[in-house]
Design a protein around this ligand. Structure first.
Ligand SMILES: Cc1ncc(COP(=O)(O)O)c(C=O)c1O
Length: 376
């Protein structure tokens, strides 16, 4: 097996690995800054940095102004990396005692419901907290309704446990046709004369709407764009937004078959050859996080050349068409998503679309058994 170019062959039980691209993370973060030049940028690192691993992604994202996440244990991990700047809990605390950790680690937290204000009011601390008061401006997940927002602000403002109050909302359709105007109007109206920094935009809003006159942004929350996925794919792709893949999933061919017309491939005989053809068997399957829903025709790069999957994805293997790559053989590198050899790129968004999902889900679902290497 040709393993020369693999980063970490000694720890590879199978010829499969994921790469995390530090430079690409830093580049994508700069893209967020360029899109909202007057704003500070939260690098959103929830869900273990969208599957990349907080510790691995940190090096690429440390140029951010702060880290936004959900899980208190993840906040502890960011502090353990030596980060002394802002950390924001995007859903706030889940129970009263979580506030002790906020005090201890100086975590900023979202306040989206009355219970969180009650807990703060009862919290004993000498260190007042910075909070982000969240409005439900139309998404209908978390937050105070516009009519209740001002009284929540007034309550918070009266608490000695609270230092500064920022104002926040989250858009449901920043990536689509409905856009953000319907929520921006509600948010702007309900916060018109309230002091405090504003934090409203996720990646899609940052890229598509940050320049809109009414979007005052003191902070933006750059999630998926940091990880090299276009938030509004397929309307726009990563090339359009000048984003770079930050995760590569690659494996090698561990088998080659010569099919005759009428031969079928894999479980359920889901692919039938119409003519003689060579196919390769890749050491990657759904147990590695490659979506089983990808049907015949899902794009892959074989030795950097675009080809397609054939038949059903199985637990540990995928079949691919070798017709466009006659030189491919046992040991040839196959890129499932990310960066291939010779500067080739297969955006995770394309594979996600073939699976009926979004890039977020694929990167978050990278399986534990896949060895991960951090690279430039
Ligand atoms: C409140 C909040 N802000 C920001 C983000 C980041 O969104 P994106 O990854 O689309 O940039 C999320 C992600 O779901 C979120 O829930």
């Amino acid at each position: 097996m040709r393993r020369g170019r693999w980063q970490n062959p000694s720890t590879m039980p199978r010829p499969i690995e994921a790469l995390i691209h530090i430079e690409a993370l830093a580049h994508n973060l700069r893209r967020a800054r360029a899109s909202a030049p007057d704003a500070r940028v939260w690098a959103v690192v929830k869900a273990n940095a969208y599957g990349h691993g907080i510790e691995r992604a940190f090096e690429g994202l440390r140029g951010a102004d702060g880290f936004a996440l959900i899980d208190l244990a993840e906040a502890e991990r960011v502090r353990a990396l030596g980060w002394r700047g802002p950390i924001l809990l995007l859903e706030g605390v889940f129970e009263a005692r979580d506030l002790e950790l906020c005090s201890r680690l100086d975590l900023w937290h979202v306040v989206h419901c009355e219970a969180q204000i009650d807990w703060l009011a009862a919290h004993k601390t000498t260190r007042p907290h910075r909070v982000f008061l969240k409005m439900n401006s139309g998404m209908n997940r978390l937050g105070f309704r516009p009519q209740a927002f001002r009284s929540a602000w007034t309550r918070l403002n009266a608490l000695p446990q609270v230092d500064e109050i920022s104002l926040m909302t989250h858009f449901s359709d920043a990536d689509g046709a409905r856009g953000i105007a319907y929520q921006m109007e509600v948010f702007s109206e309900a916060t018109r004369d309230l002091p405090g920094e504003r934090c409203v935009s996720n990646s899609a809003a940052t890229l598509r709407h940050a320049a809109a006159a009414d979007v005052r942004a003191d902070w933006v929350r750059a999630g998926i764009m940091s990880y090299g996925s276009a938030p509004d794919y397929p309307e726009h792709d990563i090339a359009h937004w000048d984003l770079r893949p930050t995760m590569t999933l690659r494996a090698r061919l561990i088998g080659v078959q010569a099919l005759q017309p009428g031969d079928t491939v894999g479980y359920g005989s889901a692919f039938r050859a119409e003519q003689a053809m060579r196919i390769g068997i890749v050491a990657c399957g759904y147990a590695d996080g490659y979506p089983r829903h990808c049907a015949t025709g899902t794009p892959v790069l074989v030795d950097g050349v675009r080809s397609r999957t054939l038949g059903r994805v199985s637990m540990d293997m995928i079949a691919v068409d070798l017709a466009p790559v006659p030189q491919a053989d046992f040991g040839t590198e196959v890129t499932l998503w990310g960066r291939g050899p010779n500067g080739s790129v297969l955006a995770i968004d394309e594979v996600a679309r073939a699976a009926g999902t979004i890039g977020y889900e694929l990167m978050c679902a990278l399986a534990q058994r896949v060895p991960v290497t951090v690279t430039d």
